[in-house]
Structure formats: C-alpha cells, structure tokens
Write a protein that binds this ligand. Sequence first.
Ligand code: SER
Length: 384
Amino acid sequence: MQSLTSQEIRQRRSDFWTSKQHVNLPEASLIADKESTALFNVAGMQPLIPYLAGKEHPLGHRLFNIQKCVRTVDIDEVGDSSHLTFFEMMGNWSLGDYFKQEAIQWSYEFLVEKLNFDPRKLAVTVFEGNEDAPRDEIAFEAWKKAGLPEERISFLDAKNNRWSPGPVGPCGPDTEIYYRVGESEFPPAGSNVKTDEDNWLEIWNNVFMEFYRDEKGELTKLSQHNVDTGMGFERMCKVMQNKESVYETDLFTPFLEMLEKNTRLSYVDNKRRFRIIADHLRTSFMLINDGLTPSNLGAGYVLRMIIRRAYYNLFLLKKFSQSELDLFVSKALESFKGLRDFDELTIKRVLLAEIAQFEKTLANGEKNLNDFLNKLEAQGEKVL
Ligand code: SER
C-alpha cells in the first residue's frame, strides 16, 4: 500500500466526504459541557447526541469531521504500542439521511479507491442479532455487494457489534472494518475476525443508530435512522505508514527525535518513557489550548496529573535547568505544530507554572523524608 502522510490522509478524507455532499462540522472543545457527565469529549459523536435523537442540525443531515478526544480510562496502558490519552476521531454522520447501504458502499470505496487498501486484506463483522434487533442481513448483503467475499464477513454478538456512548443514549448495531496485520501478507483461506481475531486490526466502526436506551434500560426506536462512524486517526496513520506503533508515525517522530537530541538518549532504549512523555505533553498542550488549567478538581485535576507524570518521566531521563526546560517546551510545541493552532504563550505559561509547583512539592517531600530519616537516626534507629 502506498504510504501517505498524516496530512495527506486528512486531505483525502476531506475531499471524499465533501464529494458525497457532507459538510465539515467544526469540532467541539475537548472540555465537555457542564451538563455532561463526562469530563472530556470522548467520542466524535458526543456533541451530536441531540441531533442523533432527532433535533434538526443547522448544517444539515450529512456531516463529517476530525474530532479531538481525550480518554483517560486506559492511562496506565500509555507507553504500549497503541494507547493514547489524546487522539483524533475521524467521523462521518447521516442524521436521518442515508443508512446501511450507502454507509457500507462508501466505507469500502474510500478505503479501496481513495486510500488504495488491498481488498484482500479487509474483513468485517456484522451483528448476529438478539432479542433487541434482528441479525443484520442488510449490512451483510451490502458488504457482499460492495465487493467483500462472504468468508471474510463474520456475524458477532452484541458485546462486539452493538455500540452506545454509555448506558443511556442513542445506540444500535454496528459493523466493524478490520485490516490484516498477521505474519503472512495475505490472510490464509478461512481467516476472518471470528476465526483468527489476533491477525486483524479494527480500523473503522459504522454504527447504525436507530434506538435509544433510557435510564430504565428500555429500548425504543428513534424517530430517524442514523449512521455514526468513527475511525481512529492515529491508528490509520500507523496502518498507512506501515509502522509498529502509532508513535513511529509522522505524528510523533518530530517530537521523539527532538527528545533524543535534547536528552542524548535513544528512543529505542527508552520506548515506554519516551512514549509517555510524548503522549502526556501532547494531551496537556491540547487541553490547555482549549482553556483548561490545572486544579484539584475534575478535569483540571486530570490535567495536573498528566503534566506531572510527563514531567516526572522527563526528569528521570534528564534534569533540565530552568532555561533548558523553557526552550524544551518551545521545541515540543514546535514538533506538534501540525496538530492545531496553538496559543504558545498561554500553553507555556500554564505548563511551566504547574511544573514549578510540582518541583516545590517534590523538594518539600524530599526535605520531609530527610528530616524523618535524620530523626530516626538520632533515636538510634538503623535507617539504611
Ligand atoms: N461512536 C462510535 C465509536 O466511537 C463510532 O464513531 O466507535
């Protein structure tokens, strides 16, 4: 497959959905509305919930965008090959407009014709049905019509092929698209997501939202059928650039190379720590850019912890002087500059103030510990 830069992927996607009469939806802030139970925007569809439920959207019935998202539930996994606290979700939506047939046809067309995916390396899953909704024969037929052979279409249960943003809200069966990542270039006969899950990587989810689940768990049909899709941008860059992890894509390499130069340490020998610093700094930049400041409450507290964890990991690699740190943050901002327009002055001010406060906490902690050890020694205790 031809390798594409992250910028080229953004552009091809934008051109494609525009050609299908979709309007570019301005992305929402990362900081969730006060009425929301979430702290951050966690999915591309989150700002669209009222419109999926039937409210008229001012931009029409066909939308697409790349929505910035923050999820911290898997923060301890950051440092492996795929987890990130900040990520971008590429979505397209039908709000009561097209449904399964077109959504599937266009998903296939975009991957195969616009991104040059080899169709022999694609597989999909569809909903096998339960008491809430029937087996999804329409999605199955649509995939066959688009060009996928039956043997690479798997029917899976509600755990895999139903999606909802939480216990309450719009929901429905989905169809997930997978790309071959196994050892042999092409899947052996009979390989699909059901028979050979480890050799397939999910790249895109199309949710057919036609239900609403209320607080009592009851399901009712929405007044309109919707399509809500999500494709992780970083994961797509990893696949299209044929990299081992999202961190080796062009989204992260400028930062990682800069970190190598400034610490004189190699990424390969310090992968986990380098990745945590890269992820957490990127997330901090984006959150501060959206107006958040560190505090001891809610989203501000999460930001505080993310900044401190980034700095602590950096500190373990190298102790920067104040002026070095200042310069390092400028270079870090520069290395992520393709992401969004950064308010560099504000980001630097907020980040460096938080680091200064953390350093005081660390110094106090060290002093308290030393006082305590000295006292024990004075009492005749053997401390070390
Ligand atoms: N909302 C679905 C998801 O996040 C599709 O975008 O997977």
